[in-house]
Design a protein around this ligand. Structure first.
Ligand code: GLU
Length: 316
């Protein structure tokens, strides 16, 4: 029997501008103010994109508006760490959800490892595991890897990177704690520097959707055709996005949206619907869990209208 179709006419012709118009009236939530650059974000910004398996990218108005990627970088740092360590990164970071805030000063009991790669402790660690002997080399490797996921050359916002590095007291605390536990092998300040630069990479909905699609489609970028990471790496990353990607709201997200995703304090949400598509919504006002309010509503509608729920899909 033929394999079920992976895209369909409904997906190919989905009207993202219409979806955007429907979610724009959702004006709840507050813009993050942990660094001054984020505090200045336009609360009315709302951009969306879908990247399909055949390389088609559908985009709404404002899909090209740039924001710093922030925590939405974490799945990709995990992927690069797995790639560059030949899988050994899995011994260095846990994969269990925490039920706590993304920047909780807490490591895994007994091992001293970070609990998972989707919270700050884990991302500080995975960023330290990418190839490179010093901060500069690791930062360059991260940027090159993220660009391969996006199929487009990405850039760092240096002002944001500086603020993240200077003001990220909890990240410095986590890095020192991991040093003390023997979990982190690079200097604490170096680890924060690489992570801060990774959070400050500029993305827009269009590029972020392609990044999500690359993970959803077994590590192969559907636009460039490059195999960015092996299929097993993409599978491991998307599995952890499913259980830990939306902060301590991951359980509610999986029930209501049912698509593995990662949210971030800049209001970016990246989604990876395995075998089908990647999606991104960028809208800065956040709910109490730190997830974009419009991003959450748009993701629920997308999931329902395109039949993407991992456990409720009627596809194939
Ligand atoms: N730069 C932020 C931090 O590490 C990222 C947090 C997020 O997006 O959740 O504090």
């Amino acid at each position: 029997m033929a394999a079920p179709p992976r895209t369909d006419a409904r997906t190919d012709s989905y009207d993202l501008d219409d979806l955007r118009r429907r979610v724009l009236p959702q004006d709840g939530g507050t813009v993050d103010d942990t660094v001054p650059q984020l505090a200045r974000a336009d609360p009315g910004l709302c951009g969306m994109a879908l990247a399909l398996a055949d390389g088609t990218v559908l985009a709404s108005e404002q899909a090209d508006a740039p924001v710093s990627v922030q925590s939405a970088v974490k799945p990709f740092l995990f992927a690069l760490a797995l790639l560059d360590t030949g899988g050994a990164a899995l011994d260095r970071v846990g994969i269990e959800p925490t039920g706590e805030a993304y920047d909780a000063i807490k490591l895994e009991g007994g091992t001293g490892r970070p609990p998972n790669p989707m919270v700050n402790a884990g991302a500080l660690l995975t960023a330290s595991l990418v190839r490179g002997d010093d901060v500069e080399a690791r930062s360059a490797r991260v940027l090159e890897g993220l660009s391969a996921f996006a199929g487009s050359e990405l850039a760092v916002d240096d002002d944001v990177a500086r603020s993240e590095h200077l003001l990220g007291d909890r990240n410095h605390a986590l890095a020192h704690l991991m040093r003390a536990e023997g979990a982190l092998e690079v200097g604490a300040d170096d680890a924060v520097a690489v992570y801060a630069r990774a959070c400050a990479v500029l993305v827009d909905a269009r590029r972020l959707a392609v990044m999500g699609a690359t993970l959803a489609l077994g590590g192969r970028n559907p636009v460039t055709g490059d195999q960015v990471v092996p299929r097993e790496v993409a599978r491991d990353v998307v599995s952890v996005m499913a259980t830990c990607g939306v902060y301590d709201g991951s359980g509610r997200w999986m029930r209501s949206v049912g698509v593995p995703a990662k949210s971030s304090v800049s209001g970016a949400v990246v989604l990876s619907a395995t075998g089908v598509l990647g999606a991104a919504v960028i809208s800065p006002p956040l709910d109490e869990q730190g997830t974009s309010v419009r991003g959450h509503v748009a993701s629920e509608l997308l999931s329902r209208e395109l039949d993407l729920h991992a456990f409720g899909s009627r596809r194939g």
